[in-house]
Design a protein around this ligand. Structure first.
Ligand SMILES: C[S@@+](CC[C@H](N)C(=O)[O-])C[C@H]1O[C@@H](n2cnc3c(N)ncnc32)[C@H](O)[C@@H]1O
Length: 286
């Protein structure tokens, strides 16, 4: 049987089974973490409680009218006064897509957490094209897992010949999970990459002041209302004119919608991710 990989290629069922190490294993790891790293253990417990609370105190789904990505990017180009879609045809993008597929098939056979964490192909490609068009000096993303979006963003920065990516991730609780965070990112792209380990709520207050202004923010960590609202509120004052914010999985709550209403970017669109049947949002501040 074949499933869709994050970059839209067939992947055999054998590579789909790893990553599920069982509830008991996770509890054991959490208990040992309480002894070795109580701060992180607390962050993980708080995250679980937040996910549960999000289900109980439903804020209602976000109401979106998703458009075709082609039309949304065409609209974005009008505001940016720059081409975005042309970057989707670049050989550098094709090369990195091929490399990510090769790495998934060849290198993640003993991976400790599920490939379902990986972002979809359209989001990854859109991140690449937007970084190429915007040419940001600083990109900040939350949520790395195996590093699909990180890889595409880094490839675009490398092609631009400028810019750094700061990524924040609290890895899933799996055996050897640390080693696999960003495992898809090729060595050749890592010189522009800073990976910060921990929950966004703990890392961002210290990290953000050190970054100056952020040219592109990509949210793909915990998709609860509370964390999305927190990250958007923390990053917004750092978004310079001409910057963008992208958020994955906006469909389950109204955090993105409410933030757009408050922050009033000149451009906002919701795009359907065909691989995952989810929505991601893109916004632009002139
Ligand atoms: C959807 S995955 C990220 C996918 C990634 N962007 C990609 O392109 O494949 C979400 C990641 O965020 C991490 N995460 C969950 N809660 C977090 C939090 N509060 N702070 C930081 N990272 C978190 C998860 O462990 C996981 O690694």
């Amino acid at each position: 049987m074949s499933i869709k990989t994050p970059v839209g290629q067939g992947l055999s069922a054998s590579s789909r089974t790893h990553g599920t190490q069982g509830f008991a294993g996770k509890i054991l790891r959490l208990v040992s973490l309480i002894a070795t790293n109580p701060v992180e253990a607390w962050d993980r417990i708080a995250t679980k409680m937040e996910v549960r609370a999000d289900k109980v105190h439903q804020t209602g789904p976000g109401i979106y009218f998703p458009g075709e990505s082609e039309a949304a990017l065409a609209d974005l180009e009008v505001h940016l006064h720059a081409g975005v879609r042309s970057h989707l045809a670049e050989t550098q993008l094709r090369d990195i897509e091929d490399e990510v597929v090769r790495r998934i098939e060849g290198g993640l056979t003993a991976a400790p957490f599920t490939l379902a964490h990986c972002s979809g192909r359209l989001l990854a490609r859109t991140c690449y094209a937007i970084v190429r068009a915007l040419r940001p000096n600083v990109v900040l993303e939350t949520g790395v897992a195996y590093g699909v979006t990180s890889t595409f963003i880094l490839k675009a920065l490398e092609t631009n010949g400028q810019g750094l990516l700061h990524s924040v991730d609290l890895p899933p609780l799996g055996r050897d999970a640390n080693r696999f965070v960003g495992a898809l990112v090729p060595q050749s792209l890592r010189r522009r990459w800073h990976l910060h380990r921990g929950s966004t709520r703990r890392v961002l207050p210290k990290l953000l002041p050190s970054l100056g202004s952020v040219g592109l923010f990509v949210h793909d960590s915990l998709h609860t209302y509370r964390t999305m609202e927190y990250e958007f509120a923390a990053v917004t004052p750092r978004l310079a004119p001409g910057s963008m914010l992208i958020a994955d999985d906006i469909q389950d709550n109204a955090a993105f919608r409410n933030w757009v209403d408050r922050s009033k970017p000149v451009f906002a669109a919701a795009i359907r991710e065909p691989d995952k049947q989810s929505l991601f949002g893109i916004t632009y501040f002139a």
